[in-house]
Design a protein around this ligand. Structure first.
Ligand code: SF4
Length: 395
């Protein structure tokens, strides 16, 4: 089937696999790398964008990583001009992830000029010792300075990423970080519990008994996050994501239909709702018309493939409809809005209540889920266990 027979895909993710240095907890595909490889990657990405452009009309674009803000002005210019030539600009939401150590006024202006209208800033902590502990390359002062630079460059939609349950983090430190981060007045907040991924230095330290995991403390921190963010005017719409309904200075506004705040990350909502998206760059996954692709998680190989004129796809898998529906059920239940039955049927062709009847009963009996007239969703305590719920719903 020619891809041009269908409506173009409206969501684009681009993975930038470089960081200034590797954080202690990180299992994303990224490496601290040389200028030469970054230039080669940029040229390869330009080719990959050209290869998929005819099938894309992005409403949302997300450059993640890695550290996209590590690309130089010239490299960004090359990528953005390619997007301009290929009619890939003009997305309603265009997000770039930034590390506070690599934000400059020139770069912010360039991004803004090409239509980037949302920045996601990886802050993780505002405690110097914990930033050190995590191997972050930036200081707390850099966070405040970069946030100011972004605001002065016209960014009125900024996400701040935080992390909790960090070894050595007390409840008081977490409260102070939350309060300081929210005082910045960002439109969006994401906050994840530390995960001990195999083959990360933090995982090896845990294995070696250098610290213990305190599950009760992690729960208390999550409760602080949910309560304090609500008191500061954020609306939780997914386990780890909180957004306002209006920017600073705008009149108070209600949320979008389905209980989603206006400044929620639309790109991620599309993902959790099972929508299609292209994923470009090393290690990126994509999901287009029932087919999941995964690019080579090897930047050299990625570049070689694109230099030969090929997409750099390592695997392609057409998912059986029920299996995909199970995944979509699991993703969507991460959201506070849960799954409206009609939306789930429209997204997957399956009836949630019929095919997952016993799972819904089990989750409800445990106090983790609630069935309403038009939807099924997780309770506040259930959201903490969304990963276990997800496993139950997979097929
Ligand atoms: S900056 Fe982000 S992607 Fe890079 S090593 Fe740290 S956590 Fe991983």
């Amino acid at each position: 089937m020619s891809v041009l027979l269908s409506a173009p895909v409206t969501s684009l993710y681009v993975h930038v696999p470089f960081c200034a240095q590797k954080c202690e907890y990180c299992a994303f595909y990224s490496e601290a790398s040389s200028g030469e490889l970054i230039s080669r990657y940029t040229a390869a990405l330009v080719r990959e964008l050209e290869l998929v452009a005819a099938d894309l009309k992005p409403a949302t674009v997300f450059f993640g990583g890695g550290t996209p803000s590590l690309l130089t002005l010239r490299q960004w210019e090359l990528v953005l001009k390619t997007m301009e030539r290929q009619n890939l600009l003009g997305a309603a939401e265009f997000t770039v992830e930034c590390n506070p150590a690599t934000v400059s006024a020139d770069k912010a202006k360039l991004l803004r000029d090409f239509g980037v209208n949302r920045i996601s800033m990886g802050v993780q902590s505002l405690d110097e010792k914990l930033l050190d502990r995590l191997g972050r390359v930036h200081s707390r002062e850099m966070v405040f300075k970069s946030f100011d630079t972004l605001r002065r460059s016209g960014f009125d939609n900024v996400n701040v990423d935080l992390m909790f349950a960090i070894p050595g983090q007390t409840l008081d430190i977490w409260r102070a970080t939350l309060d300081e981060a929210m005082a910045l007045g960002s439109e969006h907040l994401s906050s994840y519990e530390v995960i001990y991924e195999e083959d990360t230095p933090l995982f090896h330290q845990l294995q070696a008994g250098e610290f213990d995991v305190n599950e009760d403390l992690a729960c208390a921190m999550y409760d602080e996050l949910v309560d304090r963010s609500a008191a500061a005017g954020y609306h939780q719409y997914e386990i780890a994501n909180f957004a306002r309904n209006q920017r600073a200075g705008e009149p108070a506004a209600g949320g979008l239909p389905g209980g989603i705040p206006r400044l929620a990350c639309r790109h991620n909502v599309n993902y959790w709702r099972g929508g299609s998206f292209y994923g470009l760059g090393p290690s990126a996954t994509g999901y287009v018309r029932g087919v999941r692709t995964k690019n080579w998680a090897n930047t050299q190989l990625y570049c070689e493939q694109l230099e030969k004129g090929n997409r750099a796809v390592e695997s392609r898998e057409e998912l059986p409809p029920l299996r995909r529906a199970g995944e979509i059920a699991a993703f969507g239940l991460r959201m506070n809005a849960g799954w409206p039955f009609a939306d789930f049927r429209q997204a997957t062709g399956f009836d949630l209540q019929e095919h997952w009847r016993s799972e819904i009963e089990q989750v409800t009996q445990r106090g983790w889920g609630r069935v309403a007239e038009d939807r099924f969703g997780l309770t506040r305590s259930g959201l903490r266990f969304a990963d276990s719920v997800a496993e139950m719903f997979l097929r």
